[in-house]
Ligand binder design. Structure first.
Ligand code: GAP
Length: 458
């Protein structure tokens, strides 16, 4: 397990403005969260790092932003209307709804959401005495039933009849990529192999809403779908797996907190599926999925739409349906992993110093400007420095309480550098720059500050 508890992470997120429960003044709204003033910066930095790695630094991948609402036929073709479900059971004593695969996993029985209702129920009955209701602790449940996770809406239905065919909020962003395959192919003049990446919201009616932003009903996905020749699928798949592993190391995640998990129960069309797992405070579990999906997606959409989504090689004239490999990860799950990885408690002069040792590229605030006193003679130069640094970076400003307390506040939110404007500044036109990790301080001339941080934050 990670060294930090979930309670500490949740508390830090709430008190410092990373994550708030949704609609909190109304008592909250289960499994939905809002990102506060620091959370939105951290999430944006995570999305930007992903986009750079998956789109900007590559010449074989392009971006996309498809709509959340799509034709309901998309979800029929993809299999979500009939097959996108989790095994749900009810505690006969307190009526709590539980996810059976998760309960089984907790007692060490390998279960998978991809198992059939029959398979899950046979495992469930066999182990009923060992699984306890998380709410009341009893061991008596109804049989597991498959519960569809798609979230319905009434967009475009101008009657009051809500039983009419619903539209769905997308359950995953990749379907928008598949249905735009031909559009991107012809407008970008890309050749197979190539990929399409997008970041966007997805919605799932998750049965159990636990573990904070790890599993939510509204969340953001970062997905890249890579179209390959059938013979190259597994070669490209291995390459993608290595790339995605390296991506997390480059992001600053500690290698000892990552591991691969191979799926044994594959959906019928999948060739191979691995998860990259992170060591969250509740154990190693899925951060990202890397899947080899065969030709299932383009074949299904060709069949249901009547538009052939195939590809003709311009050199060999070979015509085929490209096979797809995908990398899929949630922004919230990454944000939680990044926070857990960075959370550090150190003893300094007999006190505990909480520091988020975030990689500089991800830190919500890069610099904090701290005038030693609220006196106008210091506020003037401090504000000038703030205005000038803000042109390049997110910069915080804090003039309340002692300088020691202000350093601690910046440590807790992971700000790499603090700039202290003191009375000496009025004489020497220089400031003290303090490093978050080493706590070392150095004097830097105000005129040199921009270049100094350009190097430090490069
Ligand atoms: N297109 C494939 C796909 O959606 P998935 O395993 O269902 O596969 C991929 O989801 C990733 O999306 C997960 O590894 C996780 O990071 C994120 N994710 C899925 N459901 C989530 C939820 N309810 N809350 C937060 N993130 C979620």
């Amino acid at each position: 397990m990670a060294d930090v508890s979930m309670e500490k992470i949740v508390q830090l997120c709430k008190s410092r403005g990373f994550v708030f429960p949704s609609s909190e003044i109304y008592g909250g709204f289960a499994a939905v969260y809002d990102y506060g003033q620091l959370g939105v910066e951290l999430a944006n930095n995570i999305k930007s790092a992903w986009w750079k790695a998956m789109v900007q630094y590559r010449s074989d991948v392009v971006g996309l932003d498809s709509a959340i609402f799509m034709s309901p036929k998309v979800w029929e073709a993809s299999g979500h209307v009939t097959g996108f479900s989790d095994p749900l059971a009810e505690c006969k004593s307190c009526h709590a709804r539980v996810r059976v695969d998760h309960l089984l996993e907790e007692i060490g029985v390998i279960a998978d959401e991809k198992m059939s209702e029959e398979q899950i129920n046979s495992l469930f009955t066999e182990n009923m005495a060992k699984v306890a209701c998380p709410k009341c602790g009893k061991h008596d449940f109804s049989p597991a039933k498959s519960f569809n996770l798609l979230v319905k809406a009434n967009l475009g239905n101008f009657t009051n009849d809500l039983t009419r065919e619903p539209v769905y909020l997308r359950g995953e962003t990749c379907q928008g990529i598949y249905v735009n395959f031909a559009n991107v192919l012809t407008s970008s003049r890309k050749r197979v192999p190539f990929g399409i990446a997008q970041i966007g919201k997805a919605f799932r009616n998750e049965i159990t809403a636990r573990q904070f932003v790890f599993r939510t009903r509204e969340f953001e996905q970062m997905e890249m779908q890579y179209f390959t020749h059938p013979d190259q699928e597994m070669v490209e798949y291995e390459r993608l797996r290595q790339l995605r592993w390296q991506y997390y190391l480059d992001l600053g995640i500690k290698a000892e907190n990552l591991q691969w998990h191979k799926h044994e129960n594959l959906v019928f069309y999948a060739k191979e599926a691995y998860d990259i797992e992170y060591r969250y405070p509740f154990g190693f579990t899925e951060l990202e999925g890397v899947h080899a999906r065969g030709d299932y997606d383009l074949t299904q959409h060709s069949k249901f739409s009547g538009t052939m989504l195939d590809y003709t090689d311009p050199v060999t004239n070979e015509k085929y349906t490209p096979h797809i490999i995908e990398s899929s990860v949630g922004v919230g799950r990454t944000l939680l992993a990044v926070l857990v990885d960075a959370y550090t408690e150190e003893e300094v002069e007999g006190e505990v110093r909480v520091v988020l040792k975030l990689p500089k590229a991800l830190a919500p605030m890069k610099i904090a400007v701290l005038p030693l006193s609220k006196k106008e003679e210091l506020q003037g130069p401090a504000n000038n420095i703030l205005t000038s640094l803000k042109r390049n970076w997110m910069v915080d400003y804090d003039e309340t309480q002692s300088i020691g307390k202000r350093y601690r506040r910046q440590d807790e939110i992971g700000t790499p550098y603090c700039v202290t404007v003191d009375f000496e500044t009025l004489n020497d036109q220089a400031v003290t720059v303090r490093d978050r990790d080493t706590m070392a301080q150095e004097r830097v001339a105000i005129v040199d500050l921009e270049n100094y941080f350009k190097q430090k934050l490069a």
